[in-house]
Design a protein around this ligand. Structure first.
Ligand SMILES: *Cc1c(COP(=O)(O)O)cnc(C)c1O
Length: 224
């Protein structure tokens, strides 16, 4: 299977399983410039990386019209490097990180678009806010002048139980819809980022509009 064929399969699944359409975010982490260019040449412009350094290096070498997404945990000491460099940060997982992003964005005189990462299944190994914290969090976000929240993101547990995984996605969609009805200045609920190679069909069925796919496009990742 070629990258092109893999992507065609995914696009077909999007047509088949998503009610309102979804965007394919190509997760390019660990893959080289030439591989990424293949996807660029097919017309894709949304690429996701999980490490700040790797993202910035690739950004330098690739065309300027790419929209870069940071999808991995962001350490506070790396915020300075990434603010203003990315279209969207999916992985805002703590209040202190939010404060730091706002501070740095303010110094750079820009507004950084972000998603709030939610830890639906309350796994210790995962970052993110709990569902119960979100309403309060959204009230507190009003104080920030230099971040804009464009939606929510989650990573489902890496297990076989499809019903459970679907229930996780359903929960996120439910809270997404609820929060979408509130109106705050710097919140504009557009994106619900859920679904990876192993679970994106379930996520599409539950209303995801950004699926983050790596292995299904590029094959298995090889870590050096
Ligand atoms: C790596 C990664 C993905 C893509 O994973 P695949 O299983 O290869 O599709 C999606 N989201 C996040 C947060 C990731 O770190």
């Amino acid at each position: 299977m070629t990258i092109k064929e893999n992507i065609e399969l995914i696009e077909n699944d999007i047509k088949k399983y998503s009610k309102d359409g979804a965007n394919l975010l190509c997760v390019t982490k660990t893959h080289g410039i030439d591989t990424i260019k293949t996807v660029y040449d097919l017309g894709y412009r949304d690429f996701g990386e999980n490490k700040v350094q790797e993202l910035l290096e690739k950004k330098q070498e690739l065309p300027k019209d790419i929209r870069w997404h940071l999808i991995g945990h962001l350490q506070r000491n790396k915020v300075k490097k990434i603010i203003g460099e990315v279209f969207l940060i999916h992985s805002v997982d703590s209040f202190r990180l939010l404060e730091e992003i706002d501070k740095v964005a303010s110094k750079k005189n820009l507004i950084q678009d972000i998603l709030i990462q939610v830890n639906i299944s309350k796994e210790d190994t995962k970052g993110g806010f709990y569902i119960e914290e979100l309403e309060n969090l959204f009230k507190n976000i009003e104080q920030f002048r230099n971040v804009r929240v464009l939606g929510l993101m989650t990573i489902a547990p890496n297990i076989e139980d499809e019903q459970y995984i679907s229930s996780v996605f359903r929960e996120l969609k439910k809270i997404f819809d609820k929060l979408s009805k509130l109106s705050y200045n710097n919140i504009d609920m557009k994106y619900i980022s859920m679904g990876m190679t192993n679970d994106y069909i379930l996520a599409l069925k539950e209303g995801s509009n950004i699926i983050r796919i790596g292995s299904k496009i590029f094959g298995k990742r090889v870590y050096k």
